[in-house]
Design a protein around this ligand. Structure first.
Ligand SMILES: [Zn+2]
Length: 307
């Protein structure tokens, strides 16, 4: 059974704690709710963090003391570069999120198309996303700074933030991913799939990828599949196994599908090189299927068998 929205909101509220900026808190809940209407179950894992909590976090993987207290914790890995006062979490202006399984029981940390969609919703509500940072990407992190620096915040200034209510407009106003737009355009011109090039991955784009694959399997391998854009046992059985060195339109479809799942195959050039192999390997590991660096039936099925 799918977890109730109320449960996700309650857990998120608890994790954000007291001391949140009200606009940030409301926007976080709005994001959870908005994602839920798209059948994406997401939870907030952190919100306000005291200076002592920040010190404990900074101490992970380091020798560190703060205000005369030892926070060194070398048993753990470094998780942040922000010292106390240097994170917007310390001012109740940042949140972290993660995806949960449909039943709400399991945390899923894979940065895939769902994850990116939640980030896009958050950005539509006025958050800046840690996944957009050029160095040290922080994929769960969203913040609203109101243009204030840590120095200004430490001096007691409060940001002026406004809660954005354009909930239904998010998919239209939120800018889609440029690479996805170009994949959608290529699918339309190459396979006459007629999908909207909006930069978001969804069932229609997935179906267009399947159509492309069916078309290529018929053309190149004489498979006689019905080109219906639906994933079924016949299409699965007809797939061919690709490995490093392969090239052509089927490799391009593989690259596109990997990119949609959030695994960057390098350039979408139809050439199965080292970057595509690395992306495939990461995807296989993340999906818990055989990590053999071969795009065979199991991988094609994992990439394209969705309802
Ligand atoms: Zn964060």
């Amino acid at each position: 059974m799918t977890v109730a929205l109320r449960t996700l909101l309650d857990r998120s509220l608890k994790k954000m704690g007291k001391g949140m900026n009200p606009v940030v808190k409301a926007s976080a809940l709005e994001m959870v709710e908005c994602a839920y209407t798209e059948r994406i179950t997401v939870q907030i894992s952190a919100g306000h963090r005291s200076l002592e909590e920040q010190a404990a976090l900074y101490g992970q993987g380091r020798v560190y003391s703060y205000n005369g207290k030892n926070y060194s914790n070398l048993a753990k890995h470094i998780v942040t570069n922000a010292k106390p006062g240097q994170s917007y979490h310390n001012y109740g202006l940042a949140i972290d999120f993660f995806i949960v399984s449909d039943d709400g029981k399991m945390a899923i940390w894979t940065v895939d198309s769902k994850w990116q969609r939640v980030a896009a919703i958050g950005k539509g509500l006025g958050f800046k996303w840690g996944g957009d940072w050029s160095s040290f990407k922080d994929y769960p992190h969203l913040e609203m700074t109101g243009g204030l620096s840590f120095t200004q915040l430490q001096a007691g200034k409060e940001p002026h933030l406004t809660f954005k209510l354009e909930k239904m407009e998010v998919p239209k106003t939120g800018k889609g991913d440029g690479h996805i737009i170009s994949i959608q355009k290529t699918l339309n011109s190459r396979y006459i799939t007629n999908i909207e090039a909006d930069g978001f991955y969804g069932p229609k784009t997935r179906s267009a990828l399947i159509k492309g694959l069916q078309t290529e399997l018929n053309k190149q391998y004489n498979k006689k599949l019905i080109v219906d854009g639906k994933w079924g046992p016949k299409t699965k059985t007809a797939t061919v196994t690709l490995k490093k060195g392969a090239a052509g339109n089927i490799t391009w479809i593989l690259q596109a599908a990997l990119y949609m799942e959030g695994f960057n195959p390098g350039s979408l050039d139809g050439e199965f090189g080292g970057k595509t192999e690395a992306a495939l390997f990461q995807y296989q590991k993340a999906s818990k299927i055989s990590s053999d660096k071969l795009a065979g039936q199991e991988t094609w099925n994992e990439l394209l068998d969705r309802v």
